[in-house]
Design a protein around this ligand. Structure first.
Ligand SMILES: Nc1ncnc2c1ncn2[C@@H]1O[C@H](COP(=O)(O)OP(=O)(O)OP(=O)(O)O)[C@@H](O)[C@H]1O
Ligand SMILES: [Mg+2]
Length: 375
C-alpha cells in the first residue's frame, strides 16, 4: 500500500479510531445495555510507564514518570505487614468468570497472599478440578490427598482438608484434586446439591477474615456452590479483545442465585488483569469496563507481568517469588483497596446492600492507577 504524506503516528491514530468505533458497538452488544458506552480518552502514558528490572529508586530522579511509578510501588510495598482492618465477619469472596484464562486463579492466590501478608487470616478454596490454585500455593494435590471433593461429595468437614500454606503465615488452602472433575455429575443426585459448600463453610469453626473461592471456567454446579456460599463476587476481567464476552451470562447467574438461593450475594469487585500499557486496546477495554461498572472496579489494574506467570511453576505466589515486582506490588495494592473499600462501604451503611453489578452506580472512580511490567 502506498501512503504519501501521512506519518506513522497518524496511521496508527486512524487505525485506533476505526477500532474504537467497532469496539464500542461490540461491547454494548455483549453487555446488553441500551446505554451506549462512552470510551474515555486513552489513559495517560505517564501513569503507565513501566519500571525496569535494573532500575532502582536511587538511580532515577523524582520528577520522571518512572520515578513516580517507582515511588507509588514503594509506598505500596511499605504497607505490607502493616495490617489491614479485620472485617466484622468473615468475607466470603467468589472469584468467578466463566471465560477461561482471565486470571481467576492468579488473582485468588495473590490477593489471598497479599491479605495474609497484611496480617489477616485467609483461606483459599480451590474449586477447580485443574487444581491450579493448589499448585500455585505449593499444596500437594495428587489424587489421594483429602480435598474439596471429599467435602462436597462425601460430606467431610472442611477442617479435615484445610492445609497451611508454608510460605505465608495466616494463609490456608483447601486443595482440589482431579476427583473434582466428576463432582459436577455426582452432585446432581445429592441432597442440597447447591449448598454443600455453604454448609461446610458455616460449620468451619476456625476464625478467618477472608475466604476466597477459585471457580472453574464454567457456570456448573461447582460455581453455583461457590455463589451460594459467598456474599461477594469478584470478577477478574482480562484487558483483551472479547474480555467481556459471556459476562452478561455470569451476571444473570448471579442474579438467579441471589433471587432463589442466596439473598446476600452481590458483585462487589471487578479487577482488571493482564493490563498491557503498551497497547491502546488494553486502555480502551479498561475504560469501557470502568464506564460500565464505575464503583465495582478497583482503581489498581494488574499489569501483564512475566513474574506473575512464572511464580506458579515454583509453587509460589508472586508475593513470595518476587516481592518487589510490579505484579506483586499491584496485588498488594489491590488487596488493600479490597479491604479498605469494605470499611468505607460499612461506614456509609452500604454493606450487604442488594444491588446488581449490572446496574450503573452514581459515583465515578476518583483514581486510575496502572503499571506495566514486561519482565
Ligand atoms: N498479570 C499477569 N501477567 C502475566 N501472566 C498472567 C497474569 N495473570 C495471569 N497470567 C497467566 O495467564 C494464564 C491464565 O491465568 P489463570 O490461570 O489465573 O486464569 P484462570 O482464569 O484461572 O484460568 P482458568 O479459567 O483455566 O481457571 C496463566 O498462565 C497465568 O500465569
Ligand atoms: Mg483457574
Amino acid at each position: 500500500m502506498l501512503v504519501i504524506g501521512v506519518s506513522h503516528r497518524q496511521i496508527s491514530d486512524i487505525a485506533g479510531m476505526v477500532f474504537h468505533v467497532k469496539r464500542r458497538s461490540l461491547l454494548s452488544g455483549i453487555l446488553g445495555r441500551s446505554r451506549a458506552a462512552t470510551v474515555a480518552a486513552p489513559v495517560s502514558r505517564e501513569t503507565l510507564t513501566p519500571m525496569q528490572d535494573s532500575e532502582t529508586i536511587d538511580q532515577i530522579g523524582d520528577d520522571t514518570p518512572i520515578a513516580r511509578a517507582a515511588q507509588a510501588a514503594v509506598r505500596a510495598a511499605g504497607r505490607a505487614g502493616e495490617g489491614l482492618p479485620r472485617p466484622a465477619a468473615t468475607r466470603v469472596i467468589v472469584v468467578a468468570n466463566q471465560k477461561g484464562g482471565v486470571g481467576k486463579t492468579t488473582t485468588t492466590v495473590n490477593l489471598a497472599a497479599s491479605l495474609a501478608l497484611h496480617g489477616l487470616r485467609v483461606l483459599v478454596v480451590d474449586l477447580d478440578p485443574q487444581g491450579n490454585a493448589s499448585t500455585a500455593l505449593g499444596i500437594d494435590h495428587h489424587a489421594e490427598v483429602p480435598s474439596i471433593y471429599d467435602v462436597l461429595v462425601e460430606g467431610k468437614p472442611l477442617a479435615d482438608v484445610v492445609q497451611p500454606v508454608v510460605d505465608v503465615e495466616g494463609l490456608f488452602c483447601v486443595p482440589a484434586t482431579i476427583d473434582l472433575a466428576g463432582a459436577e455429575i455426582e452432585l446432581v443426585s445429592l441432597v442440597a446439591r447447591e449448598s454443600r459448600l455453604q454448609r461446610a463453610i458455616a460449620a468451619y469453626e476456625q476464625p478467618l477474615d477472608y475466604i476466597l473461592i477459585d471457580c472453574p471456567p464454567s457456570l456448573g454446579l461447582l460455581t453455583v456452590n461457590a455463589l451460594v456460599a459467598g456474599q461477594e463476587v469478584l470478577i477478574p476481567i482480562q484487558c483483551e479483545y472479547y474480555a467481556l464476552e459471556g459476562l452478561g451470562q455470569l451476571l444473570r447467574n448471579v442474579e438467579l442465585v441471589r433471587a432463589h438461593l442466596n439473598p446476600t450475594l452481590h458483585v462487589s469487585t471487578i479487577l482488571l488483569t493482564m493490563y498491557d500499557a503498551r497497547t491502546r486496546l488494553a486502555a480502551q477495554v479498561a475504560e469501557e469496563v470502568r464506564t460500565h461498572f464505575q464503583q465495582e472496579v478497583l482503581p489498581t489494574a494488574i499489569p501483564r507481568s512475566v513474574r506473575v506467570s512464572e511464580a506458579p511453576s515454583y509453587g509460589q505466589t508472586v508475593l513470595t517469588y518476587d516481592p518487589g515486582s510490579s505484579g506483586a506490588l499491584s496485588y498488594l495494592e489491590a488487596a488493600r483497596e479490597l479491604a479498605l473499600r469494605a470499611v468505607t462501604a460499612a461506614e456509609n451503611g452500604s454493606v450487604g446492600q442488594q444491588r446488581s453489578a449490572s446496574e450503573p452506580v452514581a459515583a465515578p472512580m476518583a483514581q486510575h492507577s496502572t503499571m506495566e511490567d514486561n519482565r
